[in-house]
Design a protein around this ligand. Structure first.
Ligand SMILES: Nc1nc2c(c(=O)[nH]1)N[C@H]1C(S)=C(S)[C@@H](COP(=O)(O)O)O[C@H]1N2
Ligand SMILES: [Mo]
Length: 566
């Protein structure tokens, strides 16, 4: 290295001793870091096929980032990336790893130990992240540690041709890589094969230590190892996938089917652009902290009751499917993170076990104020016991729109309590209910300062015309949805600029737990208009114009948009 640092002669502008050579060597070193990281991640992915998808380092680190970052940053991410927040996070983790690896590679050209410790640190962090997740599997740290070990070997291997050492330890150093030396290096076995290949490709090595062909060979080998282990790990992880087991299930017929929808119930059939009454599963919003979606095999499923119940009880999925009191209900679910005018709300036809009856049957204590619901990935969601017992149609849901729950919506069992935001009522991948008190335990979101109880606030949204839209002047509908679950919507009014509030027509009432579509035809003459909507719940609660952020208990304010008729 010191020799390359000095190279003063003008003739040394190219070649390994010159400026070009120096930069080339650095470039290769950085690349070596990147390739070593790829090998580390690939090998880790392969090992995680044994220990579980969420033990793979990038997933584990992503999970940890989600649990550790401040709420403000998290809401920013949800606002910016929406449903793609997790893809953005994983991409972010990859980007950080890539930059880190490039720097480590560069530094290890001079200080080998920096490379070794740098990759080791990477393994330790990944291992800690994986092992410290709330529902960490045994040996969760293993993929990161084995991956890092492979990464160190790869890095040292890749640095060899950059520093005058042959790619394989037993071959002759290129320092005496004369014709004879090169021929001498041809040996037997794998090492011989590599060296023969090197010879075939031309002169291997350089007296001053940069062996380009050697580096390309080693790099190619690293890419191969990374691809085979990473790809293999990815394929092997399919064994965790439960979509086939889910597809094999037959949903039971509910004893109490959903009430028939009145004629003309869905305004979307007549008004273009309004949100459909029922949300398709594929369109249903998704909010959770799970980067790798929990995969629970129906035959392995257990729901455990602990805490203040008459007795500890465990239920299989079959136990729940076999009940003769299953209900089917249409319920609108809403996220507390929904901004005014936002789309984190959806309506589905759910099938499930009536929650109040189930809890009473198992002797839930009258002293319990909180049900701590646990999901298989360790999430805790604290639901008020009172609501779980008293809110009509609260359920342990097993079906969504005629199918077993989709995996990302909580398969095989989740909770639904109408009228409460999802973060306090809708635990997905539900495997445990502990009857306790709010004083005794802070659930995940409450620990992060969100409100303990989360009643859904009355809300309304303009779906059409779309904000900032230009359309031809004339008569067209202003339409959207409004919700106030458990209470129902009594009135929706629209204001154009500073005009009077005008009452919109409501779709037929289906159930208080559903959102309600509304429409107001309006004559637009050419010009620009501000459209504002407000709803009133059936109990007389008028949606407030005061603006509040989603944190800590749900957004308030009126949805107001600017449109132009021309
Ligand atoms: N296990 C688990 N359940 C969870 C969450 C989560 O992060 N993990 N998020 C909750 C939140 S904040 C909401 S709004 C709803 C969203 O349910 P969905 O994704 O089916 O729409 O799930 C709730 N249940
Ligand atoms: Mo939420």
């Amino acid at each position: 290295m010191t020799t390359t640092e000095q190279a003063p002669a003008p003739a040394a502008d190219s070649g390994p001793r010159g400026r070009d050579g120096r930069w080339l060597r650095r470039l290769f070193a950085a690349l070596a870091g990147l390739l070593a990281a790829a090998v580390a991640l690939g090998v880790a992915q392969l090992v995680s096929a044994a220990t579980g998808p969420s033990t793979a380092p990038v997933i584990a680190v992503g999970d940890t980032v989600i649990t550790k970052v401040p709420e403000s940053l998290k809401s920013y991410a949800i606002r910016t990336f929406g449903e793609n927040d997790k893809i953005a996070l994983v991409a972010g983790v990859f980007a950080v790893v890539a930059v880190y690896a490039l720097v480590i590679g560069l530094l290890s050209l001079r200080w080998r130990v920096v490379g070794v410790l740098g990759v080791a640190l990477f393994g330790v962090l990944g291992g800690l992240a994986a092992a410290s997740r709330p529902a960490a599997e045994d040996l969760a740290w293993l993929p990161s540690v084995v991956g890092a070990a492979a990464g160190i070997v790869a890095l040292l291997f890749l640095l060899r041709p950059l520093t005058g050492i042959p790619v394989l330890p037993l071959s002759t150093p290129p320092a005496d890589a004369t014709e004879a030396g090169a021929r001498h290096a041809v040996g037997s076995g794998a090492e011989g094969a590599v060296n023969r290949l090197r010879e075939a490709l031309g002169n291997s090595g350089d007296r001053k230590g940069l062996d380009r062909r050697g580096f390309f060979l080693a790099g190619g080998a690293a890419v191969g190892v990374a691809a085979v282990t990473g790809g293999g790990g990815y394929l092997l992880q399919r064994r965790f996938d439960v979509s086939e087991a889910r597809a094999d299930l037959t949903l039971p017929t509910p004893a109490s089917p959903a009430p028939r929808l009145p004629a003309g119930a869905d305004l979307a059939e007549t008004v273009d652009g309004v949100t459909p009454l029922m949300t398709r599963n594929s369109d249903f919003y998704r909010v959770d902290t799970a980067i790798s979606v929990p995969q629970i095999r129906p035959s392995d499923y257990q729901l455990k009751l602990t805490g203040s119940f008459d007795q500890r009880a465990t239920f299989s999925l079959q136990d729940l499917y076999d009940r003769d009191d299953l209900i089917e209900r249409d319920i609108t679910l809403t996220c507390v993170s929904n901004e005014v005018g936002g789309r984190l709300a959806g309506t589905a036809r759910w099938i499930g076990v009536p929650l109040g009856a189930f809890l009473r049957e198992n002797g839930v204590s009258g002293d319990s104020t909180q049900l701590v619901c646990r999901s298989s990935d360790g999430m805790t969601i604290g639901a008020p016991t009172r609501s779980a017992l008293q809110v009509e149609d609260a359920m342990l849901a097993i079906g969504m729109n005629g199918e077993p729950l989709p995996i990302e919506h909580g398969f095989p069992v989740r909770m639904i309590i109408p009228g409460l935001y999802g973060y306090v009522s809708a635990c997905k991948w539900l495997v445990g209910i502990e009857a306790t008190t709010f004083d005794a335990f802070d659930a995940y979101w409450v620990e992060r300062e969100w409100a303990q109880e989360g009643p859904i606030k009355v809300a309304s949204r303009i779906d059409t015309p779309a904000a900032l839209r230009r359309f031809p002047a004339g008569r067209r509908p202003i339409a959207g949805v409004a919700w106030a679950q458990t209470r129902g919507i009594a009135r929706v009014e629209v204001q154009v600029d500073d005009g009077d509030w005008v009452q919109a027509e409501l779709a037929p009432e289906v159930d208080a737990d559903l959102w309600r579509q509304w429409v107001l035809p309006h004559d637009f003459s050419p010009g620009s208009y501000q459209l504002t909507v407000r709803a009133t719940a059936a109990d007389g609660d008028v949606q407030t114009a005061d603006r509040a952020t989603p944190f800590p208990s749900g957004a308030t304010g009126l949805h107001s948009i600017r449109v132009t008729a021309s």
